[in-house]
Every structure is written in structure tokens, then in C-alpha cells.
Design a protein around this ligand. Structure first.
Ligand SMILES: C[S@@+](CC[C@H](N)C(=O)[O-])C[C@H]1O[C@@H](n2cnc3c(N)ncnc32)[C@H](O)[C@@H]1O
Length: 487
């Protein structure tokens, strides 16, 4: 087409970037802060970092990053884009090396002048040339900084992975790792405890998900779902949960990574959406697969007049939920008063008879995405059988948008929706929203499961006797609540 059309397309993208950077700078000016640069260190309590977490700042930066990514994809030659995407596997490989050799902690101790690769090699007991090249690849992707030739230091992104622990401690724990038959490293020790969870998230992803991802194409091409990619990669027969039970370091890493994931979510995902305070006095909310009870605690605070139950697997209730609740004065008071109860129950079984016809709400957050559709339908049918006529089922999970507009599927559903991104951005904000699609495929690697579109949620809930009435979406993401009633 004509040159002017191309220019107009590029300029539309540039304009979105300019408008949103202007908005961020205006907000920063009003609040007397500046936006951090990539060369700063990530200090979570720093006013500049807390500024970046404000809803208006996130909204503007999401639009700007969406436009910037689309601009790069437009300006870069197609074969270079494909080459970069096909080679992207080097990044998780390098990230895992850096995290597991304690480089981030080493650089924290070295300070802003950084450290020469020969000194890194001596301290981390690795070969200097390879560690230099690993760090340069990461610095090229804006993780770490090469301050002078062969001298590297932390930057804003690498420092976000800091466990805060002494490097010597990290290294001694990493060396105690236990090799499983599949070569999986089960780090035994408290490496991930009392951290922000980001190192756990990075290592979980770059270790077992990365290996599993390499096995997925063969399974998909062979149309073979008799095993998960994780089972194939790890040469493990059991479920993902069995895997965590078998390797204690892996369970610790997963839980810590989950904490990081929860913290990455905008704060409004907690107890948002449904009007919890509107429930009548004494109503029972059952959080099915409630984990450590984070959400029950959030709801208990805004609706102190309702009763809440955390339901989860026996191991989780015993090893995670109970210690979490008894370890906090505020939470144990809720247990003592009977406001909150903890119940070990396998949700693949019928709900216990003492709960039949009692709950006002069955709530499930980040649970349906762990299960293949046919299996979760079975669970939802059990909830349906135990639900009184006016009971609500509230599913809180990612709602996957198509990469194009969809005006059809939502007909008849009361929706709180995101405004459509401005043209020419992709309807799902493209790379700015890539984490959702990574999570979607991670579900496939672990469980042969998935994140779902609205259409997929409709089919799934209707097959179990539930109908989606309302959808709430967070302002800053596609984390959603689907409020269903009995059909
Ligand atoms: C991703 S976690 C979500 C936890 C919590 N709802 C949250 O949002 O933080 C999934 C939860 O489902 C639980 N789960 C898995 N299989 C289960 C089963 N068969 N019965 C009950 N809970 C189960 C896990 O133990 C875990 O706590």
C-alpha cells in the first residue's frame, strides 16, 4: 500500500506512546517523584517503585508498552523478529544460570561498580567466559548491566530477583540440591522462604516449565494427551501435586513462586467484584481449593458478618493453611470465634453431607485453570448438587481475551469490561499482556489444562448446570470474576 498509510500506522503507535508517557510524567510531577530508570535498583519501598504500582500509572504504562512492542514488531525485519522469537529459549537458560549461581546476591554485595567476570568466576565457581556471555545476553535483554567491558552489575530488573540472603548461604543451599532421576534440582534449604518469591518464580519457570515446554510440541503433533509435558520431561508418572509432595524443595519453590504471582497481581484482585458485604448475616462462603486462605481473609475483613470456609487437600490444610492461620493472631481469632473454618476435602468427591444446601456462595480462585475441562465439570457438578437454589458459584480466574475484538460471546451477560484499546493496538494488548498467554500454556504443561476465553467458560459452566450472569474484570488486567447461578 501507499507510503502514507505505513507512516500513519507508525505514527499512531508513536502517538499512543507519547500520550501515555506524558500521562505518567504528569502524575509523577504532581506527586513529586520520578519514574525509575532501568539503571536504578528495584527497592520495593522506594517511592519511585510504589509510584509504578498505582492503577493510573499501570494503565498508562500498559498502553505505552503495548504500542512500543507493536512498533518494534513493525519496524524490525520479519526474519529478525522470527529469529529472535525462535532463539528466545536462551533467555530462560541464562536466567536460571544467573539465579542458581547466586549472581544477583553476589552483585548486591559488589555494589554499583559491578564485578569482573574473572572475579565472578572465582566466587561462583563457574567458567569466566561462559558466565560473561550468559550475562551479556541477559544485559542485551535489559536484565543486568555491563558497566564496562566484562564487568557486570545489577540493574532494576535483575535486582528484583534478589532473595535478600547472603550469597554464601544461597550457594551452599544450591550445592545441597538433590538430583532426581530426571536431573531436576530439588534445592533443599530455606532458599525461597522469606523472600519476595521472584527468584522462586524465575527458577520454577526456567527449570521444570522450560524443560516441559521443550516436550510439548511432540505431544501436540502426535495428538497425545495421555501424559502431560511435565510428566514426559521429568519422567514422572504422578500428578503435578504428587510431584510437589515428592520433592520438598520443589513444593517450597512452588509455594513461594505462587506468593510472587499473587503479589504481582494488582491489589484490587483481592475481594474485588462481587458485593460481598451485601450477603445476609451468617451466610456461608466456601472457598473451594482455597490454599492458604488469602482470599478468605480478604473477604472476612470487608464482610465480617458472613461465615467462611477454606477447603483444600488434606496436605495443604495441614501443612500450609493451618500453620498460616494459627501463626497469626488476627487469623486465629477468626478461627476461635467460628467466623472461619478450615476443612480438608478432596473436591473431586461429593461435598460433605453437613454442607449440603448450606453455602450462599461457592468460590474458586485460580482453581479451574488447573484442571482439564472434563474434570473440572465433574467438580462443578458436585458443587451444583450441594448448592441451595439461590447459591452462587463465583469463579475467579484469568479471562483470556482473543487477539481480535469479540462482541458476540458476551450477549446476555452483565459485564464490567475493559475499554477497547485504541487502534491499531491488538484487542488483547499484545505483548503487554503476554504473561496471561504464558500462564495459559504453563497450565497445559503441568495439567493438560488451560486458561479460558469467555466462550470456553460458558460451555464449561453450562455443562455442569451453572449459568454465567455477571463478569467483573479488574481495571488493570484480565483477572476476572464470573458470577454464576444455577440453570
Ligand atoms: C493455584 S492454587 C489456588 C489457591 C487459592 N485459591 C488462591 O487463589 O490463592 C490451587 C489450589 O487447589 C488445591 N487443590 C488441588 N487439588 C485439589 C483437590 N483435589 N481438592 C481440593 N483442593 C485441591 C491446591 O492444593 C491449591 O491450594
Amino acid at each position: 500500500m501507499s507510503q502514507s498509510t505505513d507512516i500513519s500506522y507508525l505514527r499512531q503507535l508513536v502517538q499512543i506512546i507519547t500520550e501515555n508517557v506524558d500521562a505518567i510524567e504528569r502524575l509523577a510531577y504532581e506527586q513529586g517523584v520520578t519514574h525509575p530508570t532501568i539503571d536504578d535498583l528495584c527497592e520495593p519501598t522506594d517511592a519511585r517503585e510504589t509510584f509504578t504500582l498505582q492503577p493510573d500509572v499501570i494503565r498508562a504504562s500498559t498502553l505505552a508498552t503495548s504500542a512500543a512492542s507493536q512498533l518494534v514488531a513493525t519496524l524490525k525485519l520479519p526474519n529478525l523478529v522470527l529469529r529472535d522469537r525462535a532463539n528466545a529459549y536462551h533467555v530462560p537458560c541464562a536466567l536460571r544460570i544467573a539465579s542458581e549461581t547466586g549472581i544477583v546476591e553476589l552483585f548486591r554485595e559488589a555494589g554499583p561498580k559491578g564485578m569482573h567476570i574473572k572475579d565472578i568466576a572465582t566466587q561462583a565457581k563457574v567458567e569466566p567466559s561462559i558466565i560473561g556471555r550468559v550475562l551479556r545476553l541477559l544485559a542485551t535483554h535489559y536484565i543486568f548491566k555491563e558497566v564496562e567491558p566484562n564487568v557486570f552489575a545489577n540493574n532494576r530488573i535483575s535486582s528484583a530477583m534478589d532473595t535478600g540472603k547472603a550469597r554464601s548461604k544461597i550457594l551452599s543451599m544450591t550445592r545441597k540440591k538433590v538430583e532426581s532421576p530426571a536431573g531436576f534440582n530439588d534445592v533443599v534449604g530455606d532458599k525461597y522462604l522469606d523472600t519476595n518469591g521472584i527468584a522462586a518464580f524465575v527458577e520454577q519457570t526456567t527449570d521444570i516449565y522450560f524443560k516441559s515446554s521443550a516436550c510439548l510440541p511432540e505431544l501436540v503433533i502426535a495428538n497425545d494427551y495421555s501424559m502431560t509435558a511435565l510428566q514426559k520431561a521429568m519422567q514422572f508418572d504422578g500428578t503435578f501435586w504428587d510431584f510437589l509432595n515428592k520433592y520438598p524443595g520443589s513444593l517450597q519453590r512452588f509455594q513461594s513462586a505462587l506468593g510472587a504471582w499473587n503479589r504481582l497481581q494488582p491489589t484490587e484482585v483481592h475481594a474485588f467484584g462481587f458485593d460481598w458485604p451485601s450477603l445476609p448475616e451468617g451466610s456461608l462462603i466456601v472457598d473451594v481449593g482455597g490454599g492458604d486462605g488469602t482470599e478468605v481473609f480478604a473477604i472476612a475483613q470487608i464482610a465480617p458478618h458472613v461465615k467462611l470456609m477454606v477447603q483444600d487437600r488434606d496436605q495443604t490444610i495441614q501443612q500450609v493453611t493451618t500453620p498460616t492461620w494459627l501463626g497469626s493472631q488476627e487469623k486465629s481469632r477468626m478461627i476461635d470465634s467460628g467466623q472461619v473454618t478450615l476443612l480438608a476435602h478432596d473436591f473431586r468427591e461429593a461435598q460433605p453431607s453437613h454442607l449440603v444446601n448450606k453455602p450462599a456462595v461457592f468460590f474458586m480462585r485460580h482453581v479451574t485453570h488447573n484442571w482439564p475441562t472434563n474434570e473440572i465439570i465433574h467438580v462443578l457438578k458436585h458443587l451444583h448438587a450441594a448448592a441451595p437454589p439461590h447459591c452462587k458459584l463465583i469463579i475467579a480466574d484469568q479471562l483470556v481475551p482473543h487477539a481480535c475484538p469479540d462482541t458476540q460471546t458476551a450477549a446476555g451477560i452483565k459485564r464490567v469490561v475493559h475499554p477497547m484499546p485504541p487502534a491499531p493496538l491488538l484487542a488483547n494488548l499484545g505483548e503487554a499482556n503476554a504473561a496471561m498467554y504464558s500462564l495459559d500454556l504453563a497450565m497445559t504443561l503441568m495439567f493438560n489444562s488451560q486458561e479460558r476465553t469467555l466462550g470456553e467458560f460458558k460451555e464449561m459452566t453450562e455443562a455442569a448446570g451453572w449459568k454465567i450472569q455477571e463478569v467483573y474484570q479488574t481495571a488493570r488486567g484480565f483477572f476476572s470474576q464470573l458470577v454464576c447461578t444455577k440453570l
